[in-house]
Design a protein around this ligand. Sequence first.
Ligand SMILES: NC(=O)c1ccc[n+]([C@@H]2O[C@H](COP(=O)([O-])OP(=O)(O)OC[C@H]3O[C@@H](n4cnc5c(N)ncnc54)[C@H](OP(=O)(O)O)[C@@H]3O)[C@@H](O)[C@H]2O)c1
Length: 312
Amino acid sequence: MVPKALATDSAANSAADLVQRAWCLLLATAARRRGAWAEQAAVGLEGTGQWLSWHGSGAPTVAAQVPAGARPLLELYAPLCAAAPGRPLTIAHLGQSLDGHIATGSGDSYYVTGPDNVRHLHRLRALCDAVIVGAGTVARDDPQLTVRHVEGANPVRVILDPRAQLPARYRVFTDGLARTVVVHAQGVATVAPGNAEVLVVPHTDGRLDLRALLAALHARGLNVVFVEGGGATVSGFLEAGLLDRLHVAIAPLVTGSGRRGLSLPARDKIADCLRPAHRVFTMGGDVLFDCDLRAPSSAASTSSNDDITRVI
Ligand SMILES: NC(=O)c1ccc[n+]([C@@H]2O[C@H](COP(=O)([O-])OP(=O)(O)OC[C@H]3O[C@@H](n4cnc5c(N)ncnc54)[C@H](OP(=O)(O)O)[C@@H]3O)[C@@H](O)[C@H]2O)c1
């Protein structure tokens, strides 16, 4: 999609306008990535100058002259702009309570995190080609998985339903708002629910081959993939080593018990646990850990000159 024209009047430097400019630039960059990626020149939109620039094949650099009001948005989403045909990227997000739950025991998750983080979810959808959720999330939430809280195009919706159990009544299969692909395990008798297309993927004892799934999505031009939940689905991608980035938003909420977010095989020693390189952003009252799973692990003993840093 083509971003709306940018304002050039005297209000151009308001905080909201800077965020809008940054967002339009990111959308334009994602649109360019979806097309033939001829060269990695800076993307310029009216009023954004050379806010993003490329030096090599990684994520773009946010220029020093970017106004403070636009900088966090560009820095948070710039890594998603590193993807291109032949260089795919998979990111996952979970919003969890202080005690590590993404929903109550009954499955209620509306809403664990606040409106700023919900807007972040819509931004991730808009910047990605496909959004994946597990059958549990569709059965519990009947989500639309569309972009509604920000400007941007809807991703292709991909539903993991290995046993072909979900009936056609769910919105992703009927609303026609975006393309939906339902993933069934090879060998299961499949009927496409509603408007969905069926993608058959190999499995081992019912566990889908997630690497084969991603390869099939890439072959369809869906190079930037967002795994939105729930906990079992994100954990499967993490355990298989298929995530490039993991966003975990922690809300000031205690559920007491509930549905687990990440759940991986146990480790005996802390030294053997995953301690990813990360950045920290705040979103309203929530704290977002942006973990780079392809960078060397961060050291537990890392220390700064100040032993406490206030980020809010
Ligand atoms: N706070 C958040 O960030 C967030 C985000 C999304 C959802 N949620 C909440 O999370 C809950 C649902 O999460 P959940 O962990 O229970 O379920 P889920 O991850 O949504 O779905 C799990 C199901 O998806 C299928 N599946 C996923 N990965 C698979 C794989 N690798 N191989 C085979 N099948 C696979 C399986 O279906 P079968 O059972 O048919 O085998 C599995 O039981 C809901 O309460 C929802 O509201 C919270």
